[in-house]
Structures are given as C-alpha cells and as structure tokens.
Design a protein. Structure first.
Length: 418
C-alpha cells in the first residue's frame, strides 16, 4: 500500500499535512494560501468525498469516485465499491486481525506520518482533530507540531455545554500545540477548558477560508447595491446551526412589499425543497433552487445580489458575510455574540433572529426598500472587510504562523538529538 507520492515540490522545504474533509471549499481555500510558498503540502481526507480533480494538492483519499485518479496527485486506500467501505484484499487482515474501517484508515495515516515526517499536522475541525488524536498517541517517532482549527460556531459553542463533549473537546485542545479559530468566543471557551494562552494562536481570529480577494470582488460589482433586486440565501437548509422554515414564513409575510425581486436559494436539501413547494406560486416563480454550488459561482452571484440572507442559531464569523461585504451585497444576519463583535446593526447589517419570522420579514422589507441604507452600508462594509478579511493580509499572517511553528519544531528536534 503506497503512502508516499514520488516527490515534493520543494524537497528541502518544510512539510504540512492537512487532515479534514476533502470536498470542502473552505478546506481548498485555506490550503491554497500556501500556493507559491516554500511549504510542501499534502491533504488526508477523512471521508470518502473527493476534492476537485483539478485541485493541485497531493491528496490521500478514501474513494476513487467515478473517474480514474491521477496517481501523481491522488493516492487511494481502497477502490472496490462492492461494500460501502471495502478494503483492498491485501489489507483484509492487518497484523493478524480482521479489518476494521476506522482502524485501517488510522493505520494508513500513521504510516504516512511516519514515512513522510511532516513538520506540522493541521486538523481542520474538531472531528478531524479527534481522529488524529488517536493516531498521534500511537506515533513512536517525534510528533509533528499540531494545529487544531475549529470550525466557526458549530464545533464548540453548543457542544461545550454538554459535560461529556466538553471533556472530549478540552482533551483535544489541551493536547495541541496551537489553536486557530475565526472568532474570539471559541478562544474564550478554550481558556475556560484549561487551554494555555501560549496555545492560542498569536495571529488571533482568522477567516476559515483564509480570507477574501476583496479587490477582485469589488471590481466585479454589478451596479450599486440599491440597483440590484436579487436576494441570495446561500444556506437554504435545515441543520442544528440554522433553520429554513422561519425564512419561508418571513417571505410570505413581506412578499408584496419587496417586489420586484428574485430569490436564489442555495445548498437546498430534500427537507427545504419539500416546504418550498408549499410556498405561494408567486414566490416559487421568482425563486431559483440550487444544490451545492461551487464557491466561484456563489461569489459571482453575490456581486449581483442586493441582499445576502443568512439568519442562524449558531455561527462563528460567517464567511458569507465577508463575501457579501466585498461584493456590495447587504447582509441580514442574526445578532450572535460572534457577529455582534465586528458589525453594527443598521450600519453594516440588519439583525434578525433565526426563529422569528417577523424579524426576518421586517429586515428583508427594510433592506429591499431603503436604498440609502444599503448604499451607505456597501461603502462602510468594503472598508471593514479590507481590514478584517483581505486575503493577502491573512496569507502573510498565516505564512508567518507556520514559519514560527517550523522553527520551533526544528529547535526541538535539535535539542532531542543533542
């Protein structure tokens, strides 16, 4: 079973292994920050979903998908889809024991780390961190520096209230070398769990995508915000972190007042589509439904949107809010602590709680009829997103962060060998 690719781009450069969901556009965007640097980068996928075939990062995957993989860029643990997870015959028994899916995957990851010897392992999300933690405990070589990046609000902000989950999260965070997050609330929770200040990233909160190409989006604006008539709802699904049904009710309440307009519902799921067909025909005729959409397409549409609609129950610092700001679209978001820390109601956004259709309807009506508000906000928001999420600024901070970790790793290795 292969563990190594034929070569690295920079044979003498430092090595970073990312672990997480290979299909996530946030994953791709973050790792792409390192393009053109001296770092050698690889990705280990924790699910069977694949990254795009043209993504130029060497990736270990758990499925071949529907097409042949390029062996120079993708290595697959098993290929037979006879079962949901079917290991190659040569791995049917590992070290004398019947194969177990999770065990075989973690054994492969351990082999990769032992042979490639990354300087840094960066886990994307707490689920990936938990998976790596088990492997890390079995490593007999010098352990790489470990970065845990928490995902927005979904990783911690409800889970830490559950005593069992609190203990599990605390164990992971106290074991890592550095913790990254897109909001200060997660850092505060981590400190309450006993995470030391020196484990909290010195570069502070950073967008989970690695930031926005602000100037490129600003140049692509399709007219001023007040001239546009599109409402973009990028997360039109039901999940623990946001609810779609109150938004449907809000649309019914304000529909006549916000005409004319179009709605683009993205990332729709079966549940939201079922309720969509129960909407009045006039709303359905003005609505475009989409499943998962490539991030580039979302950004293209954002530059034509007047409103970016994203009420939520739990969130970090929403990447969609930053994208809207750079695109001139006016955000409607919920007044969560992580969001209130960086934006002001009626200056940058309008607040509406996710479970209150009346509040969402009132915000939509105001945003679709108050031209002065949205044009004033588009100017203020462009300056704000340049300051908080400009991709070039974030890239410089992140590269410096990794360089410092590599320096510490080398110093530790030299001390151990002395």
């Amino acid at each position: 079973m292969k563990s190594l690719f034929p070569e690295d781009d920079h044979p003498n450069g430092p090595r970073i292994l990312f672990i997480g969901l290979g299909q996530s556009s946030h994953t791709h965007s973050w790792i792409d920050l390192l393009a053109g640097s001296r770092f050698n980068v690889r990705m280990f996928c924790t699910s069977s979903d694949l990254p795009p075939s043209d993504w130029p990062v060497r990736t270990y995957v758990l499925s071949e998908g529907s097409s042949r993989l390029d062996p120079a860029m993708r290595q697959c643990l098993w290929t037979n889809e006879k079962y949901r997870h079917f290991v190659h015959k040569s791995m049917m028994r590992v070290r004398g024991r019947a194969w177990n899916t999770d065990w075989v995957i973690s054994d492969w990851l351990q082999k990769i780390i032992t042979e490639w010897k990354p300087d840094i392992v960066h886990t994307l999300g707490l689920e990936a961190a938990g998976f790596y933690f088990v492997v890390r405990e079995r490593l007999t070589t010098t352990r790489p520096k470990w970065v845990v990046q928490t995902r927005g609000g979904s990783d911690m902000q409800l889970a830490h209230l559950d005593p069992k989950r609190n203990a599990e999260i605390a164990m992971l965070l106290r074991a890592c070398d550095q913790m990254l997050s897109d909001n200060a609330v997660n850092f505060r929770i981590a400190r309450q769990m006993g995470v030391r200040d020196d484990q909290i990233s010195a570069i502070g909160p950073v967008p989970g995508t690695g930031g926005i190409d602000v100037e490129a989006l600003a140049k692509s604006w399709n007219g001023s915000a007040s001239q546009r008539r599109i409402i973009l709802w990028p997360k039109a699904y039901e999940c623990p972190w946001s609810k779609a049904l109150p938004v449907f009710e809000a649309l019914k309440l304000c529909w006549e007042a916000i005409q004319p307009c179009e709605i683009h519902m993205m990332a729709t799921t079966e549940e939201t589509r079922m309720h969509f067909w129960d909407l009045p025909e006039t709303i359905r005729q003005a609505t475009h439904l989409s499943d998962r959409v490539p991030r580039a397409k979302v950004l293209e549409l954002m530059t034509s949107a007047r409103v970016m609609l994203a009420p939520s129950l739990v969130d970090g610092t929403p990447n969609s809010m930053f994208e809207a700001m750079a695109s001139g679209a006016f955000p409607i978001v919920s007044p969560l602590e992580t969001i209130r820390a960086i934006v002001e109601d009626e200056r940058n956004v309008l607040f509406a709680r996710n479970l209150y259709p009346d509040e969402i309807a009132a915000a939509l009506q105001r945003a679709m009829t108050d031209d002065v508000l949205v044009d004033r906000a588009s100017a203020a928001n462009l300056e704000l997103v340049r300051r908080l999420a400009d991709r070039q600024h974030v890239r410089a901070r992140v590269l410096g962060f990794y360089e410092r970790l590599v320096g510490e790793s080398l110093a530790r290795a030299e001390a151990e060998s002395a």
